[in-house]
Design a protein around this ligand. Structure first.
Ligand SMILES: NC(=O)c1ccc[n+]([C@@H]2O[C@H](COP(=O)([O-])OP(=O)(O)OC[C@H]3O[C@@H](n4cnc5c(N)ncnc54)[C@H](OP(=O)(O)O)[C@@H]3O)[C@@H](O)[C@H]2O)c1
Length: 323
């Protein structure tokens, strides 16, 4: 009988990638229990149509998770910082996943995490502000703190990377300026950013469940490629016919001052990626990512595959002019 994997975030990028990877491999020995708060949403229905069992549960309600995890072999756990922007809430939700997995006697949890950026700086380091009272990059640091909840559960800590999908999902694609030149701005200097196709995170998680025992108790960091913003711009220009992409390497303070929701969080994140480039790369292993997921995409492949979406994001429709 197939081993059931309960996939938290099944309607999203990471969990969706895992659910689709399992469903695409009917003889792989695993089946999907797709967790969502709303089984009637299109992404949940699409998984059901492909053979997933869709089960309703809420990360804020540990009892709902205990029911959803009953009888499963594995759990993929992910929390969504960007829905509420709260490190404390993210930790509480992660604790609920861990507690429910313990109660259900789950054999293998893969927890989607990131590193604690505070390890790179002394508490009195002034290069970036402290956010939410005690964090440098709350959505990184909180996930890393949450790792401790999983002690006592057979688990693998999966350290993920910046999704290239952010180009079209998070509005980060270069945009055409008044001078007709595409441009984008990041506080990354000439540092390399560890990036990955979002879909490949789920595929790697599937590789971990398939490998099983050998990954229990381990931390695995994955990325598709390490690239400078300049290199990414060159790939975009080449594949999308944008002419060239101008990179404005702004300072992190400037980026944080732009004031869009999460500007301080993202400014700190990119600064951590820039200032601690070597550590970020050391925490991620491209070869292991490819072993877990032989279909691991390069940025070039990702851009070619998602050309239309990225071009649309680079050329947003002008706002309607009011009469
Ligand atoms: N963007 C990046 O570059 C990047 C890189 C590394 C890590 N991350 C991390 O990835 C996380 C988000 O993952 P994602 O991108 O896969 O998510 P996503 O595509 O934004 O979708 C969010 C998923 O989380 C589920 N969810 C949220 N709140 C829930 C709740 N209270 N109960 C049950 N399910 C809940 C949603 O399910 P329903 O709505 O169907 O209930 C949905 O499936 C963030 O914490 C972020 O820090 C992002």
């Amino acid at each position: 009988m197939a081993k059931i994997i309960a996939v938290v975030g099944s309607t999203g990028v990471q969990g969706g990638g895992l659910a689709r990877a399992i469903l695409a491999d009917p003889n792989g020995g695993f089946s999907v229990r797709a967790i969502t708060r709303d089984p009637s949403k299109d992404n949940a229905k699409a998984l059901a149509a492909k053979g997933a069992e869709v089960v309703s549960a809420n990360l804020d309600d540990v009892e709902s998770l205990k029911k959803a995890f009953a009888g499963v072999h594995g759990v993929f756990g992910v929390t969504n910082f960007w829905e509420h922007f709260s490190a404390e809430k993210e930790k509480a939700q992660a604790k609920n996943i861990a507690d429910a997995a313990k109660a259900a006697g789950v054999k293998h949890v893969v927890w989607s995490t990131l590193e604690d950026t505070r390890q790179f700086m002394t508490p009195d380091d002034k290069r970036m502000p402290i956010l939410q009272e005690k964090y440098r990059v709350p959505h990184f640091d909180a996930k890393a703190e949450a790792n401790a909840f999983f002690s006592g559960v057979p688990s693998t800590m999966l350290v993920t990377s910046f999704y290239w999908d952010n180009l079209y999902m998070f509005g980060l694609a270069p945009k055409k300026g008044d001078d007709g030149v595409y441009a984008w701005a990041f506080p990354m200097g000439n540092a390399k950013l560890a990036g990955i196709a979002g879909e490949d995170i789920g595929k790697s998680a599937y590789g971990i469940f398939k490998a099983g025992q050998q990954y229990i108790g381990k931390t695995v960091g994955i990325a598709g490629e390490f690239l400078t913003i300049e290199q990414m711009g060159q790939t975009l220009a080449k594949n999308l016919g944008l002419g060239s992409v101008k990179y404005n390497a702004v300072e992190p303070d400037v980026y944080r001052s732009w004031g869009f929701p999460g500007a301080d969080e993202m400014g700190n994140m990119f600064q951590a990626d820039r200032d601690f480039e070597k550590q970020m790369m050391a925490n991620r292993n491209l070869d292991e990512a490819r072993t877990l997921n032989p279909a691991l995409q390069t940025f070039d492949q990702f851009v070619t595959k998602n050309k239309e979406k990225i071009v649309a994001a680079a050329n947003p429709a002008p706002a309607p002019v009011s009469q």
